[in-house]
Write a protein that binds this ligand. Sequence first.
Ligand SMILES: C[S@@+](CC[C@H](N)C(=O)[O-])C[C@H]1O[C@@H](n2cnc3c(N)ncnc32)[C@H](O)[C@@H]1O
Length: 204
Amino acid sequence: MNPRTAQDWQHRYESGDTPWDTGEPDAELIRVLNEGWFGPCRCVEIGCGTGTNAVYLAQRGFEVTAFDISPLAIEKARSKAQAAGVAVHFLVGDVFDPPALGEPFPFVFDRGVYHSVRELGVDRFIAGLKKLTQPGSWYLVLMGNADDPNPLEKGPPRVSVRQIAEELEPHFALWQLRRYQFRAVQPDGQAFFPLAWSGLLRRR
Ligand SMILES: C[S@@+](CC[C@H](N)C(=O)[O-])C[C@H]1O[C@@H](n2cnc3c(N)ncnc32)[C@H](O)[C@@H]1O
């Protein structure tokens, strides 16, 4: 079953049942940065997990704040940043009620959070995102793809184009929507590649 509560997520990190936690920055994050849609800036990663992408953003010159609802994930993320020798402001926080983090961020990164929490309340999720952004802010969201032909039990929660259009598009204008494949890892360490969406949006 998909995790829902903070305890569920913490338990997934305690038990190591974390197929999304590949230890490698996501290829779509790298592509978007390389395309130069925006340069290094203050940014926030919501639901950052163990911090692989946040550390990568810091290595690319971004001033990174990153939060997650799981204290264990944040503990691991802090160690990762320390080992990499970069400064990232990691904290425990809930995207439905985000911590006060100062000025709105020009860029929000989300790998696997919208798709995980939308069924708990998309309006509350959008309200949280709006607290972190301002008109013109970029939002890169990576999510499971409802067109994935594989059984639902395998891989992340999935989102359809219609859901993206109905839930995100009224608040964030869609600049790019690309089909790609997440890299994920099975408990035995073998990689698998669920179908995904990469959405680059901009706050209206
Ligand atoms: C699929 S995992 C992806 C983690 C990370 N983004 C990555 O790619 O490795 C979803 C993450 O969202 C976090 N999460 C779930 N609900 C959350 C919430 N309400 N607020 C903040 N983080 C949340 C989980 O603890 C988990 O780390």
